[in-house]
Write a protein that binds this ligand. Structure first.
Ligand SMILES: Nc1ncnc2c1ncn2[C@@H]1O[C@H](COP(=O)(O)OP(=O)(O)OP(=O)(O)O)[C@@H](O)[C@H]1O
Ligand SMILES: [Mg+2]
Length: 468
């Protein structure tokens, strides 16, 4: 055994904040993940369960810049079943938030005609008062009644108060449309630019891929709609009054949500026939969203060319590699890397320290269990050695870390029940015992597996047990 000084407890262990540095023993995979993030390449992670594939996928997303585009679907009034796609950059979206406010203007500066129509200025005496007050406080005349001729009401269609008045003004030698608006006790004026921004902002849009999305998207591949998107059914068939308009029913797939980010697919081989669609999406970087249930009213709706430019991380068990569609595999290989996950790492002081870091990480991540003392740490490390031997017939430290994490948490629970300040050796030993697969527990209890099954059937010993 190597001579290593364990810390007094995991309390003294420094845990990295960078998610990439939390992954231990997979240096090769990390190396490729860094390249893939910088160069936008795909990755296939092949290997045993619980060795950090999902963890690496998540960490990779942290290496990517934040997304720059928002994708929305907007109504196409001419042809509602072919909604328009709208792609706006972060800058566009932020600028729009800034500009659309009109300019605040003093009531005395509002042009006389406009001020009169708003009820801001008395038509008779010209004094200014709030539009909500119907009678001029200065001359006592009714602001909303005509005074010039008794027939005004008929000729001009009456004099109702107008909160919005459109007019034209000459700005820099050019005639422009201008809006004056009375809102919340103030008058605002919008020039043509502010008006068009205001219109833009008020376009009803269905933002299907937002700017503040998570760029790590995990798909199980269990359903076609989850991966590729869908258009929801509307029992009213998108009827203009009672139905929901088609553009509002468009739902993105994981491939779209992962635009500019990472699409992580576990058990890539489970995708089956969907692998073909995934391949198309990777080649085109665009994929139409359409209703995928032929009996639904969504089936007639379609948005073409929805962007889906993602980095694929596919995870796979070694045995399943044959079920991968060859063109998909070659697509990944031709534009990325295949990495075999390690299951064991060399037993040296540096790596022992990494296991110590891992123990501390797991305890901190759990949040409800106490720290482990130095003796407990030593027992866990010995278990990591034993597991390398048992599961991989190798000398070293196991990297099948989900299982080891399970033992740490279980030991933590025993320590908590004990009201112990630390996880101690005895808690770890108990956890190791409890975590043994049920077959091993039965073997220990009954001497042999055979005997244990026999006792289930009330047989005191197996008939030809002596043969074994
Ligand atoms: N290399 C590692 N470094 C640090 N912790 C790890 C590592 N591998 C696994 N773990 C721990 O085990 C947990 C499970 O790992 P993860 O989900 O990444 O495994 P996986 O390879 O994706 O497994 P599966 O094939 O079952 O999906 C992690 O959340 C982490 O706590
Ligand atoms: Mg996983």
């Amino acid at each position: 055994m190597e001579n290593v000084d364990y810390p007094n407890s995991t309390k003294d262990v420094k845990i990295p904040t960078d998610p990439i540095e939390k992954v231990i023993g997979q240096d090769e995979a990390i190396k490729y993940v860094r390249i893939a993030a910088a160069q936008k390449r795909h990755i296939l992670l092949v290997g045993a369960p619980g060795t950090g594939k999902s963890m690496i996928g998540q960490a990779m997303a942290s290496l990517l810049p934040k997304p720059n585009f928002e994708i929305s679907v907007i109504d196409n009034p001419e042809h509602p079943e072919r909604p328009f796609l709208e792609i706006r950059s972060r800058l566009d979206v932020e600028n729009e938030k800034k500009i659309p406010k009109g300019k605040l203007i003093k009531p005395v500066d509002v042009p006389i005609m406009v001020a009169e129509r708003m009820g801001l200025r008395c038509k008779r005496c010209g004094s200014i008062s709030k539009p909500e007050i119907p009678v001029c406080p200065n001359c006592g005349s009714d602001k909303y009644k005509s005074h010039t001729s008794p027939f005004d009401d008929i000729v001009f269609g009456g004099n109702a108060r107008e909160d919005k008045v459109y007019t034209t003004e000459v700005i820099n030698g050019k005639e422009e449309k201008v809006l004056y608006e009375y809102k919340g006790g103030h008058v605002y004026v919008y020039d043509e630019r502010a008006l068009s921004n205001r219109e833009q902002a008020s376009v009803p849009r269905n933002v299907i891929v937002s700017l503040n999305r998570s760029i790590f998207v995990q798909a199980t591949g269990a359903s076609e709609t989850e991966l590729l998107g869908d258009v929801r059914h509307d029992p009213y068939g998108g009827h203009s009054e009672i139905g929901t308009k088609p553009f509002k029913r468009v739902v993105p797939g994981a491939i779209h949500e992962a635009h500019e980010g990472v699409l992580f697919i576990d058990e890539l081989s489970n995708l089956g026939a969907l692998q073909r669609h995934l391949l198309t999406a990777m080649q085109e970087k665009r994929f139409a969203i359409t209703g995928r249930n032929p009996t639904s009213s969504g089936a007639s709706v379609r948005v073409d060319n929805v962007p889906c430019d993602f980095i694929l991380i596919g995870a796979l068990n070694f045995g399943d590699i044959g079920t991968l569609l060859p063109p998909l595999r070659s697509r990944i290989l031709g534009n990325g890397f295949e990495v075999l996950m390690n299951t064991v790492m060399e037993d040296n002081p540096k790596n022992v320290k990494k296991i110590v870091q891992f123990i501390a990480q797991e305890i901190m991540a759990d949040g409800r269990i106490p720290h482990a003392n130095s003796k407990a740490i030593e027992v866990i490390i010995n278990e990591a050695r034993k597991r390398a031997r048992v599961y991989d017939s190798k000398e070293g430290l196991t990297l099948r870390l989900r299982d080891l994490a399970g033992i740490i948490k279980l030991a933590g629970d025993f320590a908590t029940i004990d009201e112990s300040e630390y996880i101690e050796e005895k808690h770890v030993l108990l956890a190791i015992e409890k975590a043994k697969p049920i077959e091993q527990q039965m073997q220990k209890k009954y001497g042999s597996l055979w005997r244990s099954t026999a006792s289930d059937y009330g047989i005191s010993h197996a008939p030809d047990e002596h043969v074994f």
